[in-house]
Design a protein around this ligand. Sequence first.
Ligand code: SAM
Length: 210
Amino acid sequence: MKSKTALVQDYWDKHSDLFGDYYKNPTWFDRTFRKAIFLRAIIAIDVCKQLPNPSVLDIGSGPGMNSVAFVKKGGASRLTGVDLAPNMIDLARRHAASENIGDRCEFIEGDFMQRDFEPGGFDLAVALGVFDYIGEPQAFLNKMRRVAKKALVASWPENGLRMLLRKMRYACPVYSYTEPQIRELHQKAGMENVELIKIPGGWVSKATPI
Ligand SMILES: C[S@@+](CC[C@H](N)C(=O)[O-])C[C@H]1O[C@@H](n2cnc3c(N)ncnc32)[C@H](O)[C@@H]1O
């Protein structure tokens, strides 16, 4: 039987082009019902902008649309993306090259939890649309906290009709969170200073580890 991580990898390998199209060719439906994808990116880019030439780790970088935006709009000096799905990594590398910033971006294929990253190796760690697939969010957030020196941004889906539909449609496990749970996860990871911003279908957390 396939592990949960392998199911997530398979799912996103199969849906990489479709997900990339939400950014490249958004339909009316995407703009209306997938608004959260764009809103969470705006929040993360804004945090990036507030740091001086930050190094950024984009966890679950997907098609690399946000990764490139962290460099081009957020002023990131260096961008590292990590993603389970080889097709997503391929899209992200091609997108960075097509935007002429391939030399400032590195995309690593693999599970964030299984990869070694230097403690405090990045100013900002971001995970957008990723905790949806994480069965052990405390360990994941703790590791994000360890690698990020200055700030952390993540999105968290809430339970509800949308989540129910995703659970029925997706061929991989999907998880949801409540506001108190998200606060407790941050507190246990050693981050007291966390701001939760409500977006459609969930929240975005902004935390400053130090
Ligand atoms: C919904 S996509 C979001 C992509 C991108 N962050 C964005 O917002 O455009 C979620 C991505 O997270 C990746 N992912 C999920 N769990 C992961 C893990 N443990 N390590 C690395 N990548 C992961 C998936 O492969 C997928 O490409």
